[in-house]
Design a protein around this ligand. Structure first.
Ligand code: FAD
Length: 464
């Protein structure tokens, strides 16, 4: 043991060492810092791609701390105070958690530490502007993106935090539990897939540098094309805090093309992430309930027939090629392009008339970037129950969406082998080809035009 006790840095959604205000605060508070990650049994209850991705990121962080990271299994409300007592720490440092579950947990941990005279010190959040900071002139939060975005720009993002010149990790005797690993797949990869994605802070910074160099300029024009590799794929790195959005914003601003249309569009997407976190901060109940009450009377379908349709949606067997391609990418890669998230969410809510939480849960179970704020509010945006009062009459047509955003059909052919024999955009309408069903591709499970009319009728009557 060193003479003076260390401060503790409890890592959660901030698995990096650069641009980390809580790490700086922990370094200032004591001569050494004990980094810890708590494996809450809740995390291990389900074996999801998200959990595996998280564990892979924790493993990378452990390497980056040269093995100083201590892993402890158990409920943080017990584990953190016990660890503080073990090493005599007077302060536990964290980045502020902003989700309903995280906030409740941190309050309980603060209470348990406080009973022992130990302080839980909060510095920074996973966002460039902390949720709750941006309110309108009358002091109320925004529920519509455009004015929020304007106010966000006026507020501005702070500069990235300096990385400490030296990382004074605590090297005393402290027990660390093992990180679990899957039997034949590396953590972080969707079930049945070999690890092919690099994980951790270094990988996130490399991915980001590559995108800045070769993707940012064209981003504005190409971001809606799932057939092109034109988006940054930074969502999982942001989710686990392997990179902070402040770093990304500063890098964009420092580039000669920092004011290009592509750069401006990219910044807007980052602000959507901030917006949804802000909405969840102000309305924690909106995680699983309609944010807006206007459609509370909307009837949804349930029962065995609906279950059958939902299974077809989950497994990519709806008979609508673009929907099936997206759902299969989700199962295979743990990722889905944003345009596909909108198309498939619209299909579930407006073609199958199923309440959005059913789809939001499925996405969270399979996405490696699954994030309660962005996912559940993304779903509500599509369903018309959330922010922006997204036009309830907007029902994505899966065929025209497919032809517009996958114009050569390459995305569908990549994910739906039964349709690979069809060329060009013809892949979006197998029913128009004599050989369209030669490989047993599913027939459409519903008639889109009929269900669109049904949706509009339901929305109209629910609003009366
Ligand atoms: P890029 O296009 O490169 O965007 C850059 C970053 O901006 C993203 O990494 C993300 O952090 C942010 N961003 C982009 N679009 C949005 C958006 N619409 N809302 C919030 N943030 C955005 N994003 C998640 O991170 N986790 C989720 O669980 C999630 N679920 C979604 C569910 C639905 C129904 C919808 C419509 C969208 C969802 N999104 C979610 C938002 C978006 O689809 C993903 O962030 C994006 O596809 C990730 O790919 P990318 O990193 O290449 O994005």
């Amino acid at each position: 043991m060193t003479d003076s006790p260390p401060s503790i840095l409890w890592f959660r959604r901030d698995l990096r060492l650069s641009d980390h205000p809580a790490l700086l605060a922990a370094c200032e508070a004591a001569s050494t810092v004990l980094p810890v990650f708590v494996l809450d049994p809740r995390l291990l209850e389900t074996d999801t791609p998200r959990t595996r991705r998280l564990l892979a990121s924790v493993a990378a962080l452990s390497t980056d701390t040269r093995g100083a990271l201590v892993v402890r299994r158990g409920d943080p409300v017990e584990v953190i105070p016990r660890l503080a007592a073990e090493v005599g720490a007077q302060q536990v440092h964290i980045s502020r958690e902003t989700t309903p579950y995280g906030r409740r947990r941190d309050e309980r941990v603060a209470g348990a530490l406080g009973a022992d005279g130990v302080e839980l010190v909060t510095t920074g959040t996973p966002y460039a502007v902390g949720p709750g900071r941006i309110v309108n002139q009358s002091g109320t939060p925004y529920k519509v993106f455009t004015p929020f975005s304007r106010a966000w720009h006026q507020h501005g993002a702070p500069a990235p935090a300096e990385r400490p010149a030296r990382l004074p990790w605590f090297r005393g005797e402290v027990r660390s539990d093992d990180l679990p690993e899957g039997p034949d797949t590396a953590p972080g990869t969707p079930r049945g897939k070999k690890a092919d994605e690099k994980v951790g802070e270094k990988a996130a910074l490399e991915r980001w540098a590559t995108f800045l160099e070769s993707g940012l300029t064209a981003y504005g024009k190409e971001r809606d094309r799932p057939d092109l590799d034109s988006t940054s794929r930074m969502s999982a790195a942001l989710k686990y805090g392997e990179i902070h959005p402040r770093t990304m914003l500063a890098d964009i601003a420092a580039r000669p093309g920092g004011r290009s249309a592509g750069a401006a569009t990219y910044v807007t997407e980052l602000i959507w992430r901030e917006f949804y976190a802000d909405v969840l901060w102000h309305h924690p109940e909106s995680a699983w309930h309609d944010l807006r009450p206007e459609l509370a009377k909307l009837p949804y379908d349930e029962g065995p027939e609906t279950d059958r349709l939902v299974d077809a949606w989950r497994e990519g067997r709806t008979g609508y090629p673009i929907v099936d391609a997206g759902m299969r990418q989700l199962l295979e890669e743990g990722f889905m392009h944003n345009r596909l998230r909108m198309i498939t969410a619209s299909f579930l809510t407006k073609d199958l008339h199923v309440w959005w939480p059913v789809g939001a849960r499925h996405f969270l179970d399979h996405l490696i970037d699954g994030d309660i704020a962005s996912n559940n509010h993304g779903w509500q945006w599509v369903a018309g129950t959330g922010t922006d009062a997204s036009p309830y009459f907007r029902v994505f047509n899966p065929v025209t969406q497919g032809k517009k955003f996958d114009p050569d059909g390459d995305y569908v052919r990549r994910w739906v082998p039964e349709l690979r024999h069809l060329t060009g955009a013809g892949v979006h309408e197998p029913w128009k080809h004599a050989n369209g069903y030669d490989n047993d591709y599913a027939r459409p499970v519903i008639d889109h035009d009929e269900e669109r009319k049904e949706t509009l009728a339901r929305y109209e009557s629910a609003r009366r």
